[in-house]
Design a protein around this ligand. Structure first.
Ligand code: AMP
Length: 120
């Protein structure tokens, strides 16, 4: 799947749309989800143009991958959710219902998050 340069996170990265930024470094940006599903709901994204985790894991540089993983830990600690626990999640593709085609990792915390998935 080709990268869509008009997706909402691309527009945030270009400064065309605002975001509630919580962290930024050379390769990574983290900001609050606009429709939070938990008291802490933050999105961690690479600044590079990657459609999903599949694209990122194949094509990102080691520096970009390290930056993203380090950012997750940094943000969780800064939010104070480490002791009580938190969850990270990345949706890829149709079955996972990925909505925004720019790779992002969700960080959820601040409450009991329940089971990982509901059974069908
Ligand atoms: P996903 O289903 O994994 O693609 O999740 C996309 C997430 O992006 C959802 O949780 C949305 O609430 C969030 N989102 C969409 N637009 C914005 C925005 N402008 N700023 C912050 N979060 C957004």
């Amino acid at each position: 799947m080709a990268y869509d340069r008009n997706n909402v996170f691309a527009r945030i990265l270009r400064g065309e749309l605002p975001c509630s930024k919580v962290y930024e470094d050379e390769h990574t940006l983290a900001f609050r989800d606009i429709n939070p599903l938990a008291p802490t709901h933050i999105l961690v994204i690479p600044k590079g143009e990657y459609v999903s985790v599949d694209d990122f894991s194949q094509n990102a540089s080691e520096a970009e991958i390290v930056s993203l993983m380090r950012a997750i830990g940094h943000v969780a600690r800064a939010e104070g959710v480490v002791d009580d626990g938190y969850r990270i999640l990345a949706n890829h593709g149709v079955a996972a219902r990925q909505e925004v085609p720019h790779f992002h990792i969700h960080i959820f915390g601040g409450r009991d998050l329940g089971p990982m998935l509901t059974r069908r």
